[in-house]
Design a protein around this ligand. Sequence first.
Ligand SMILES: [Zn+2]
Ligand SMILES: [Zn+2]
Length: 182
Amino acid sequence: MPTDKVPFQGMKAITKCSIHTENNTELLCVDHDQFICSLCLVRFHRNCQIIDDLFKDQLQTQHDNGEALQTLEESLNELQHKCENYLTHVASIEREIKHECRKFVREVKKCVYKINDSITSRYYTVLDKEGYDTSVEISRFENVLKCIYNNLALLTVTLSFGHPSEQTVIKKVVNEALIEAQ
Ligand SMILES: [Zn+2]
Ligand SMILES: [Zn+2]
């Protein structure tokens, strides 16, 4: 058992049938692009054309999955570095913008202090918006990073402790998450 239980429990949860949570997924319905259990097969997929057995050729599957999971791990690592670099970059821009804003606000205050309060507040609105956009960007990338960390932990635990059938499920799930993150 791994020392960090959370990704392991995550792997176990993901590889359960979403409808019959007492069952593990055993099959992939290619028609529906969906992992299913044997109950699902009988009830909902009887007329589907292509059903893959996740438990066939286990040695070969384990070998193929091992390579595929490692490739995924590398892609995630690469994306993680890109994200972290970008975040650092945005954070430094944000600091610059804030610095410029403060300077600008001081100038504006000096100039229009005596003329009209509404002009000052309009400038504040514009400046606030600049700051706001940067923080939205940062939190978006922080979320992507969090998703990458979670998927990396999931991959690591699946590589070491996952059954070949579980590896197949996780491989697909992480691959889809990776495509979405990019
Ligand atoms: Zn089911
Ligand atoms: Zn189906």
